[in-house]
Write a protein that binds this ligand. Structure first.
Ligand SMILES: NC(=O)c1ccc[n+]([C@@H]2O[C@H](COP(=O)([O-])OP(=O)(O)OC[C@H]3O[C@@H](n4cnc5c(N)ncnc54)[C@H](O)[C@@H]3O)[C@@H](O)[C@H]2O)c1
Length: 310
């Protein structure tokens, strides 16, 4: 098969859906909908915050308690900032009270919606979905926040793949209004409609993408970041000047190398590797400097050292 042909060739008309946001109640109208977020890193924490801000009960799951301290601090700092700008519908404290933290997956049982946001590593995601399968029911909706993996492949790890979808938040989730919604081959129309409605309830603007490596945004953004890393690696310009060039010359709000640090260099690297493998094209080869930084644990903002020091 031509590597550049998406595996799941749903007609575009089937990716979008017809629903009337104004005519239907919000999903959490009674305030009783619980969302389990698996992975409480930078994205999972932000996703939990977005759901709690919209009144959902949120159960955050991760592997150890020390991760919850930074998750809770991250959420509280972000809510304080938003509150000071009058951007919250209710007090920050009330929002934070909707969030609980769990290291025992069994405690996620009976959640209505599961959002996976662990490391961008296919085997980790696979093992999470296999474990989650023990507590899912026929009514559970399941989504992955993966940046690049096949939604169809991930959906096959759960017992009801028709309830599975790609729900791809942007970083930082409480600030960026866009969300990508990716149907897998088995995603039902009802599940697709549910998540489009959910996106609107969360005050996000959904963009439909077919199930193709990197979807829409990362297919374009991550190779651009990789090219910026090459420009630095080849000594063409400095980190600061490369970022200035894109900010001043292309009107980007943030330079590509600062953005790479924000995303996490491990995540940028993982997405490039998926694009390289799935598209079968040399142009997606990660820059050797990116490989070098990642192998040394220099991962950007989260390790306080990347292209910049933090
Ligand atoms: N960083 C971004 O800008 C960005 C944007 C959109 C989507 N994403 C995607 O979001 C996901 C998470 O990225 P992130 O930036 O939050 O990474 P992160 O490194 O900040 O957090 C990942 C979290 O996953 C947890 N984890 C690892 N194995 C786990 C397991 N078995 N069970 C539960 N939790 C586990 C880790 O402990 C960590 O807290 C990835 O799939 C990434 O591609 C990232």
């Amino acid at each position: 098969m031509n590597k550049r042909t998406p595996a799941d060739s749903l007609p575009t008309s089937q990716i979008h859906l017809a629903y009337n946001a104004a005519s239907s109640d919000s999903i959490n109208a009674r305030g009783a909908t619980t969302v389990a977020v698996v992975g409480a890193g930078q994205m999972g924490s932000g996703i939990g915050q977005v759901f709690a801000s919209a009144g959902f009960r949120v159960k955050m799951y991760d592997l150890s308690d020390h991760i919850f301290e930074s998750s809770s601090n991250r959420i509280s700092d972000s809510l304080k900032k938003l509150e000071s700008k009058n951007l919250l519908d209710k007090p920050a404290k009330q929002i934070q009270e909707l969030i609980s933290y769990h290291t025992n997956m069994d405690e996620l049982v009976s959640s209505d919606i599961f959002i996976e946001s662990a490391f961008e590593d296919f085997s980790i995601k696979t093992s999470i979905f296999q474990k989650l399968s023990k507590i899912l029911t026929a009514t559970s909706y399941v989504a992955s926040n993966t940046s690049s993996y096949s939604i169809t492949a991930l959906s096959q790890m759960v017992p009801w793949p028709e309830k599975f979808i790609g729900f791809h938040f942007m970083n930082p989730p409480p600030i960026i209004s866009m969300i990508e919604i990716i149907r897998g081959l088995y995603t039902s129309d009802a599940t697709n409609s549910f998540f489009w409605k959910l996106a609107h309830d969360l005050k996000k603007i959904p963009i439909a993408s077919k199930n193709s490596p990197g979807f829409v945004l990362n297919r374009i953004l991550i190779p651009m970041i990789n090219e910026a890393i090459y420009v630095f690696y080849e000594g063409i310009s400095t980190v600061e000047e490369i970022d200035e060039a894109l900010k001043l010359g292309a009107n980007h709000p943030i330079g590509p190398l600062a953005l790479a640090d924000l995303i996490g260099l491990d995540t940028v690297h993982a997405i490039m590797k998926t694009l390289r493998k799935e598209m079968g094209d040399e142009k997606y080869q990660p820059c050797p400097l990116l490989e070098n930084y990642v192998s040394r644990g220099r991962l950007g903002k989260k390790t306080k050292k990347g292209f910049y020091d933090y």
